[in-house]
Design a protein around this ligand. Structure first.
Ligand SMILES: [Zn+2]
Length: 349
């Protein structure tokens, strides 16, 4: 995620703070130290800090269980509305998903139990600390219970999908869980209008998240088993390195393709796109395209699964991948090709 900073790593998982989170914490401590808002004192600031420590522990529990199932964890990012564990893939086995999802809320319940235990021990001798612990335990119970609301992609929603996935296809289970999630998000937003605006923010987060994850899973299910060679354009229009900018513009105008591999014989030197030459200034018309092309080209292979190629396109935020086999350019595949194939596949199913 942009604008986040790594603070430490646990189990090889980097924990990052988003800038908005840092600003929020600075604001809370500023308000507490200078007594700007009645009720927000250092005790309240400490409670909020502890709350976010709990959120990290909650996310670490998800990540730890996921790692045990061989799922890579990119990082944990802390935002003002909570934490996100960025997993490299989602578990498809319902049992695994259930255990990964339930681990987070279980940590909250565990913290609550420990705090209640300490509350009774310290009640007589340290009443202030005891009442703080009592409050913190309650906060954890609320946090754990809130996360178990079956609003996908919240933990409870993942538990719901794991439950459904045992009874229907993974895609159908996701679709149902996402619909339930969106429905609950709408209710949450309405409740939020009358009760707490913060809830509206969370509802929005759930609604968008449910939609995005469902689409992602729908795409990867549709494209499963399909290889790059089945969709790529085999006869690639390439341009030689000496091509001038104005010549390329003419080629683009005639072919209506916005990107071309630059090749010297069969040798791929780079890729030149409309975006690249739109950076050219007046007077650059006669310059060779090699001055504007991208040289470190991300490539794919004819046998590569389409899902992996799509992931490469998304991660690098690019439009097309040259298909290379034995150091030879054999085709090109664009995001548009994949989207078009997907539309057809949707109709076939
Ligand atoms: Zn969670």
């Amino acid at each position: 995620m942009k604008y986040s900073f790594k603070i430490f790593s646990v189990f090889n998982i980097p924990v990052e703070l988003h800038i908005s989170f840092l600003l929020l914490m600075a604001l809370i401590y500023g308000v507490a130290i200078f007594n700007l808002v009645p009720g927000v004192d250092l005790n309240a600031a400490l409670l909020i800090t502890l709350l976010f420590v709990t959120v990290v522990l909650h996310e670490l529990a998800h990540s730890y269980v996921a790692q045990r199932y061989g799922i890579g964890i990119e990082k944990i990012v802390l935002l003002p509305i909570g934490g996100i564990s960025a997993m490299e893939e989602l578990p498809e086995e319902p049992g695994q998903e259930f255990r990964i999802a339930i681990a987070g809320p279980l940590v909250n319940i565990l913290i609550a139990l420990v705090c209640y235990g300490l509350f009774f021990v310290l009640l007589q001798s340290y009443p202030t600390i005891a009442s703080f612990l009592n409050y913190f335990a309650l906060v954890n119970v609320i946090l754990g219970a809130f996360n178990l609301i079956p609003a996908y992609p919240m933990d409870g929603g993942r538990v719901l999908r794991a439950f459904l996935a045992g009874r229907m296809s993974y895609l159908q289970a996701t679709e149902t869980a996402a619909s339930v999630g969106k429905f609950l998000a709408i209710i949450m937003a309405v409740v939020g209008i009358f009760w707490n605006y913060f809830l509206i923010l969370i509802a929005l987060f759930i609604y968008i998240g449910a939609d995005a994850e469902y689409k992602e899973i729908m795409i990867s299910t549709l494209l499963e088993g399909i290889k790059v060679k089945e969709i790529m354009t085999p006869q690639v229009r390439t341009v030689p390195p000496a091509t001038q900018v104005e010549e390329l513009m003419e080629v683009m105008f005639q072919n209506k393709h916005m990107g071309y591999p630059v090749t010297d014989g069969d040798n791929l030197l780079g890729i030149i796109t409309f975006n690249d030459i739109s950076r050219a200034n007046k007077g650059d018309e006669k310059k060779p395209v090699t001055e504007f092309m991208t040289r470190d080209v991300i490539i794919t292979h004819p046998e590569e699964p389409l899902n992996d190629a799509l992931a490469k396109l998304s991660q690098a935020n690019i439009g097309r991948l040259p298909v290379v086999e034995d150091n030879q350019l054999v085709g090109i595949i664009s995001r548009t090709d994949i989207m078009r194939a997907m539309e057809i596949l949707k109709l076939k199913k």
